[in-house]
Design a protein around this ligand. Sequence first.
Ligand code: ADP
Length: 180
Amino acid sequence: MTPMTLLTRVRGDITRQHVDAVVNAANSSLLGGGGVDGAIHRVGGPEILAECRALRAGRLPGGLPTGQAVATTAGRLPARWVIHTVGPVYSRAEDRSHLLASCYRESLRVAAELGAETVAFPAVSAGVYGWPVADAARVAVRTVAAAGGDGPFAELRFVLFDDRAFAAFDAELQALGPQP
Ligand code: ADP
């Protein structure tokens, strides 16, 4: 991270963030779902889905693989881009945290390519995909703290929908030590 990159957390709704790019906890179809994905398409309007369909018809005929990220317009959201990423479904039997880390790294790589200076992330995989939120927070915060330096970022913001998720991300961010 550049010395000036702020790592922040807010309790709130990802669709209301005034940032350059918001990250969507999508599924590999890119054609919509519930949770964050449903909210982004509902508030952002049909332009986002139209671009997702174009990606499926073009360079992503099989959908977006788990751990990867791709950008579209943000439609009517107060952001310039949506970066769609596909988190892994939680498994007790298998450690998939490398795939969850990859979501954050790849989203940051795409954001840097776009020139996004402010990026908002939801707690990827911590909803329908079943990840225990403390674990999801640890992977998210450590990965973003480690990878956020390779870009033009001024602020990397975690947006948590409920108190439990906020507390988990807050604890991980505090464990990193003082921020600039
Ligand atoms: P996944 O399928 O990757 O688990 P979900 O969208 O089901 O993704 O949930 C991811 C996290 O986002 C959960 O903690 C959920 O409570 C939260 N969430 C749901 N809606 C929103 C929203 N509008 N803004 C921010 N976070 C949200």
